[in-house]
Design a protein around this ligand. Structure first.
Ligand code: AHG
Ligand code: MN
Ligand code: MN
Length: 340
């Protein structure tokens, strides 16, 4: 079969043996994510028509206003996974604590935990700009058949067995890796099927797009300010182009295809950065590396960071290897900013 005619369902069956541990459980989990993504996509596409835009009236554990669609997407992913008894635990940006998923007779023999940012870029919902979902999967470290513990969630990013994102953009695309490269599947909305549209995605090694919220410029560390001046210099193939959607998934996806760097550094107003290590940075870092790119906190590889708390934030520099390394060169001149 022509590879691009392959559906996600067929891909999962064909590649099951290549998945790490290949017990069939990971395949079933990815199948459930596929289903939840379709349901969330269906709901999001109704924004503006039914009363699902705007704030929910609640604040999440990180002090951020929850949007109605944040809550809806979180519930849909949670329910899809819980109903199928496919994971033993779930961690979510929208939940105060991790969720213990109990199976039949309370015991849970499933091996995997899932962490997610159910709706990324939620401040963009009301203005019709692309949003996304990010997920990250680990094998539990606690014994099977027991309740999951925090240690199951606080694993280094390098321990991920799969990670991916769904971009609800001009089309809906599910991009994921199980540690054997990165593939993208575009949804045909008429029949509700994902097709392999972007096989073996490779981030261009060099890029010419930088993506950062420059409104925070005066609050940035010196190394970031100097790197931005470098990007804007008229020299060689510069100045680079600036693009910032404000939805990590969309900015990241564009860079995956076109090449570029995404940065969310520390600042005097956000001393640890904004993005969350477990729900956003680790999965994106795994995908970036699998596509030949790089992800650091400006000094250290994201996937080597030792998580200490569920909702931990870290600075994030991610994308085309040459660009991330150049940013790191500027950061290295200011080693004091490595301790955030
Ligand atoms: P979320 O909607 O899940 O809270 O994530 C928003 C994140 C990310 O998607 C985006 O790149 C960044 O926040 C934008 O932040 P600023 O508005 O501070 O630039
Ligand atoms: Mn997010
Ligand atoms: Mn979110």
């Amino acid at each position: 079969m022509n590879k691009t005619h392959m559906t996600l369902g067929e891909y999962i069956i064909d590649n099951q043996n290549h998945f790490k541990y290949s017990s069939g459980e990971l395949s079933r989990l990815i199948n459930s994510i596929r289903l939840a993504a379709k349901v969330v996509n269906h709901e999001i596409r109704k924004a503006g028509l039914v009363d699902i835009t705007g704030a929910s009236g609640d604040i999440n554990v990180q002090g951020e206003t929850q949007q109605k669609l944040d809550v809806l997407a979180n519930d849909l992913f949670k329910q899809t996974l819980i109903n199928r008894e496919i994971v033993c635990g779930i961690g979510s940006e929208e939940e105060d604590d991790f969720i213990v998923v109990e199976g039949k007779n309370k015991a849970n023999d499933n091996k995997y935990v899932l962490l997610m940012d159910p709706l990324d870029g939620s401040s963009n919902i009301d203005v019709n700009v692309s949003v996304g979902t990010i997920f990250s999967i680990y094998r539990r470290v606690s014994p099977e058949g027991t309740r999951v513990t925090k240690e199951d969630f606080l694993q280094k990013g390098s321990e991920q067995v799969a990670a991916g994102y769904v971009a609800y953009g001009t089309s809906t695309i599910l991009v994921f890796t199980t540690g054997n490269g990165v593939n993208g599947f575009t949804l045909n909305p008429a029949i509700g099927t994902f097709y392999l549209s972007h096989p073996n995605i490779q981030i261009p090694k060099k890029g010419s797009i930088y993506s950062i919220n420059e409104g925070n410029y005066v609050h940035f560390p010196q190394g970031v300010k100097e790197y931005l001046k470098f990007c804007q210099e008229e020299k060689e193939n510069r100045p680079y182009t600036s693009r910032y959607i404000g939805s990590l998934v969309s900015d990241f996806h564009r860079n995956m295809i076109k090449g570029g760097i995404y940065m969310y550094p520390t600042s005097t107003i956000g001393p640890k950065g904004k993005l969350r290590l477990l729900y956003e940075c680790n999965p994106m870092a795994f995908i970036a590396e699998q596509a030949g790119g790089k992800a650091t906190d400006g000094y250290r590889r994201i996937l080597d960071l030792e998580p200490t708390e569920l909702h931990q934030r870290v600075p994030f520099f991610c994308g085309s290897t040459d660009m991330v390394e150049k940013a790191e060169e500027f950061m290295a001149k200011h080693p004091e900013d490595a301790n955030y």
